[in-house]
Design a binder for this molecule. Structure first.
Ligand SMILES: Cc1cc2nc3c(=O)[nH]c(=O)nc-3n(C[C@H](O)[C@H](O)[C@H](O)COP(=O)(O)OP(=O)(O)OC[C@H]3O[C@@H](n4cnc5c(N)ncnc54)[C@H](O)[C@@H]3O)c2cc1C
Length: 435
């Protein structure tokens, strides 16, 4: 691959930018934007390239943000830290920990950059917690015109800029409101699927962080229930405990092998899934929050995820399960089901205005079944589903406008900040309806 050939983590998007730039300061970002504009080239910012959609694709200038990393400021009294936009979640967690602080909640990996993660509405699970962007109390944004804006708490641009799809400018710093460091007591077990689905809202309400995985073709749910505990209750050995669902199922070489086997002999998939689901042992462990929330994902995959109103999750899940059964498709990757609180801090948050349940479908990267994703999309959008901005979907602005009450307000901010369309690409044109 040449220096200029770019591809994302999931291998679902690639391009050959005219130039790749790696600025290390807001001033260098501003210069790169002005130069591209003068040359008539478009620009797309990219973080860790962990989005599956073509958000970062460009044949103009690809602006890599990893040089914009590290601690900028700390406000110990208010538990706030400011980091460069290209700082990875893992690095932010380490920095926060130095000050006895932590993210309130996280998704299931920590490789993303903080600006990239908030930019697509990245979330974890927990009925009382919003997505990561809801912890953002300040942002530094370099606009397409090269102006450096410091958006403090209460700034009217923040609700647009928290989840901005890289369409408003380049985020060079992020201020996060953290919580005191804490531990999690995790419990994982296999349970019959039906009661887990039917009682999903109650399970979410009754736990700090609840989620489940379902292996298609089986009647079992692998449930994960995490309870927040004081940091001092986490023993020194705790983090070395093994975690079945993440370590054994989603991440390791055995799973890669079963995916390959399933690809070579699809008829075996239901049997493989039954074995995988049944071999789950009941397991409990305790570890620092960040180590429980996130784990490595060594098996590469493609993904689509839909956000539905929490109270409709059981009905939506059942409709999806029936449609999948009817299709006869054999899928070896588990379906992941999570929940978050309503989040009105960002206009494009997938949980804007409503407590939300999420259904995520994955495919092994060598065997991406577009048909599987199409089934999920067809069924789940009928439940007022909103696609995760970073995960595969085929929605366009006409449809998305009906799902986001502040969609046009976001577009108005974009028009104001990027009147010349410097940050456009074909994917953004489709989802934002840009002429
Ligand atoms: C293995 C894996 C696990 C995942 N787990 C979860 C999960 O648990 N929960 C969840 O919600 N999502 C999850 N995702 C999705 C992922 O969190 C998002 O796609 C996230 O946006 C990726 O962050 P990134 O740094 O790679 O950003 P990129 O994919 O590089 O960029 C995302 C968007 O942000 C923009 N952007 C990036 N940096 C900047 C910047 N500095 N300024 C302005 N715009 C910028 C880009 O232009 C693009 O529009 C997962 C993805 C993978 C591959």
């Amino acid at each position: 691959m040449s220096e200029r050939t770019w591809t994302n983590w999931g291998r679902t998007s690639r391009s050959t930018p005219a130039r790749i730039v790696r600025p290390r300061s807001p001033e260098a970002v501003a210069r790169a934007l002005r130069r591209a504009s003068a040359e008539g080239l478009g620009v797309r910012p990219v973080g860790a390239a962990h989005s599956f959609t073509a958000l970062a694709r460009t044949d103009g200038v690809l602006l890599e943000t990893r040089g914009l990393a590290g601690l900028r400021a700390v406000d110990r009294e208010r538990g706030r830290i400011t980091v460069g936009g290209g700082t990875t979640i893992a690095a932010v967690a380490r920095i926060a920990d130095r000050f006895g602080l932590a993210f309130t909640n996280l998704g299931d990996i920590d490789h993303q950059t903080i600006a990239g993660a908030i930019g697509t509405g990245t979330h974890g699970t927990g009925g009382a917690f919003g997505p990561i962007a809801s912890q953002v109390v300040g942002l530094q944004l370099v606009t397409p015109g090269g102006e450096v804006l410091d958006l403090a708490e209460g700034d009217p641009l923040l609700p647009a800029a928290r989840v901005s799809l890289g369409a408003l400018g380049v985020v060079t710093a992020v201020t996060l409101e953290c919580v005191p460091a804490f531990g999690l007591a995790a419990e994982e077990r296999a349970e019959p699927l039906r009661p887990v689905v039917e009682g999903f809202a109650e399970r979410v309400a009754g736990a700090d962080h609840f989620e489940f995985y379902w292996f298609p073709g089986t009647g079992l749910a692998l449930t994960k229930t995490n309870t927040r505990i004081p940091a001092e209750d986490v023993g020194p050995q705790a983090s070395r405990m093994r975690r079945f669902v993440d370590d054994e199922v989603m991440s390791n070489g055995v799973f890669e092998l079963t995916c390959r086997l399933g690809r070579a002999a699809p008829a075996l998939v239901p049997a493989i899934n039954r074995v995988a689901a049944r071999t789950v042992a009941e397991r409990s462990y305790v570890a620092p929050s960040h180590e429980v929330f996130t784990s490595p994902r060594r098996v590469r995959f493609a993904e689509s995820e839909w956000a539905v109103p929490l109270e409709r999750l059981p009905e939506a899940f059942e409709a999806f399960r029936s449609a999948l059964k009817r299709s006869g498709l054999r899928i070896s990757f588990p379906v992941e089901v999570r929940a978050t609180a309503a989040d009105d801090s960002a206009w494009l948050s997938t949980s804007f205005g409503r407590p939300t349940g999420y259904i995520a479908v994955h495919c092994y990267h060598r065997d991406v079944r577009r048909e599987y994703f199409r089934i999920a999309e067809r069924v789940l959008r009928a439940f007022d589903g909103r696609p995760h901005w970073g995960k595969l979907h085929s929605r366009d602005a006409a449809d998305l406008r009906t799902r986001y009450p502040r969609f046009d307000d976001f577009l108005a901010v974009r028009r104001r900040l990027d009147p010349g369309g410097l940050l456009r690409n074909t994917h953004l044109d489709r989802i934002l309806g840009l002429p």
